[in-house]
Design a binder for this molecule. Structure first.
Ligand code: SF4
Length: 478
């Protein structure tokens, strides 16, 4: 494993293991299908949804093209409203800033809202090492803290677990009665967490958006735990990746209309909180509000004109729910914090292509992710770009038999595609050869590499008895 927990050699192995786990696949299949269909219904209700996506994309492009300006404006406005701004170039720096704030606040316990960036900077182990106990308060993250796992999905971190798995976990860790009723499971978690909101000295959140014009941190959620984390403790710390900026408060309406619908199929999430500075006289809320603006590789992505587009992401998770690869292998097979199509873009950027060179290849390039992305990131195009970068900067080690076989097959294919007579002969030979393998229109197992790689994980449709050209000629004759 690399220091980031990603290891190219292990990514294939993790994928292979996931393909052999029917229980896991069923959990992913049913949950992503539910989110996918909810999104379809929610999106179809909005007239001009495409225009909304275009507008969101324009806004994100505007921010990325002038990020220095918007960051300065945001920081100035946070400070004007009494907040304290910190700048973290690396994960290490971000961890030490948060640790120092907690130390000064005398906080031995921290309540945390769900924040992917805190997973990215591996904050929890650092806090524990410093003698500060972090408590995850989002239900999914709470479950993962008990199971000791990383999030399996950007929006639904415990998507890979069934109610039965969660019940077992609670019985084992919280000594509760077994139950698979969602309300009862939620009540068990709530009982374990409620008192922590009042006793913790510090609350920690991420941000869905950071409004430059006003210095406002925007967080959305369904459970109400973020409101607790950001208002009950004396000190609130918001961890914000610098790509989260949006220019103006009015622009928030565009993103809110897209985010809930794209992620979970909701018109809006249950709570939308706009936090601008610490509490003022007569208000509830924290006495201190800290904002930690985190780079950790984002500036380098910004400098790459092609890859800059990946920073438009608003972390809705729609590309995961629609991706045939993610739906099959799940989030943990991507080896790090971010998974699915967006993970395949972000992980190589943040951890170095040499640590994640396999990820851009873990895609069929079908384009389903691009079609659902609310900010229209051209994910397949960026994946192709990363593939060539991987070949250049982190070429695969000496070609093994497998890689050599794959390369030779692709070359043969390219050669035949340029020569109609060769293609036609090849397809005739293949149709003749498949008689030994095809049953009921499907080939379930091919014995030779590299084609055997395909049938290791799924069936292959048999070639039609007649080619398109043969059928066309027949139709013309008729
Ligand atoms: S890439 Fe697009 S679809 Fe995927 S999480 Fe980001 S915003 Fe959502």
């Amino acid at each position: 494993m690399s220091e980031h927990g990603v290891d190219s050699n292990q990514i294939r192995e993790l994928g292979r293991q996931a393909l052999g786990d029917a229980h896991l696949q069923e959990a992913y299949r049913s949950s992503t299908l539910r989110l996918y269909t909810h999104r379809l219904a929610a999106v179809s209700e909005v007239p001009g949804f495409e225009r909304l996506r275009e507008r969101a994309r324009e806004l994100k492009r505007e921010v990325m093209d002038h990020l220095d300006f918007y960051l300065a404006q945001f920081a100035e406005n946070v400070e004007r409203r009494g907040g304290i701004v910190h700048w973290a170039e690396s994960a290490e720096e971000a961890r030490s800033i948060v640790g120092e704030i907690a130390r000064r606040a005398g906080a031995s316990e921290v309540v945390k809202a769900k924040t992917m960036v805190s997973e990215e900077i591996e904050l929890n182990p650092a806090l524990e090492k410093a003698g500060i106990r972090p408590f995850e308060t989002d239900l999914g993250e709470f479950i993962l803290q008990l199971s000791g796992e990383r999030p399996a999905h950007i929006v639904a971190p415990a998507i890979h677990m069934t109610r039965h798995d969660v019940s077992d976990l609670f019985v084992h860790n919280l000594h509760s009665q077994p139950t698979e009723v969602p309300e009862q499971l939620t009540a068990i978690a709530r009982r374990a967490l409620r008192e922590k909101f009042a006793s913790a000295g510090m609350g920690l959140s991420g941000a869905n958006f950071a409004v430059a014009e006003t210095g406002t941190v925007v967080v959305i959620e369904n459970e109400g735990n973020i409101r607790f984390c950001t208002t009950a403790p004396r000190v609130h710390v918001a961890l914000i990746g610098i790509e989260k900026l949006i220019p103006r408060l009015a622009d928030l309406a565009v993103f809110l209309r897209l985010l809930g619908r794209s992620g979970t199929g909701q018109k809006l999430t249950v709570y939308t909180s706009l936090l601008t500075g610490p509490r003022r006289p007569g208000e509830d809320g924290p006495e201190e509000m800290h904002v930690v603006l985190i780079d950790n590789g984002r500036i380098a992505t910004l400098a790459d004109e092609k890859m800059r587009e990946a920073l438009y992401c608003i972390r809705c998770g729609a590309c995961l729910n629609t991706c045939p690869v993610y739906r099959k292998i799940g989030g943990h097979a991507y080896g790090w914090v971010y998974s699915g199509p967006i993970g395949a873009l972000v992980t190589p950027q943040l951890t170095g292509i040499q640590n994640a060179r396999e990820l851009p290849f873990a895609s069929s390039l079908c384009g389903a992710c691009r079609d659902v992305c609310p900010v229209k990131i051209n994910i397949p195009d960026l994946l192709l770009h990363l593939r060539s970068e991987a070949q250049e900067r982190a070429p695969a080690p000496t070609p093994s038999g497998a890689a050599l076989g794959e390369r030779t097959t692709i070359r043969l294919w390219a050669w035949a595609m340029k020569r109609p007579w060769a293609y036609s002969l090849g397809s005739r030979l293949a149709r003749w050869g498949q008689r030994l393998l095809a049953r009921g229109g499907w080939i379930r197992k091919i014995p030779m590499y590299p084609a055997s790689g395909w049938t290791d994980g799924r069936d292959l449709p048999a070639l039609a008895r007649k080619t398109f050209r043969e059928r066309w000629t027949e139709i013309e004759k008729q």
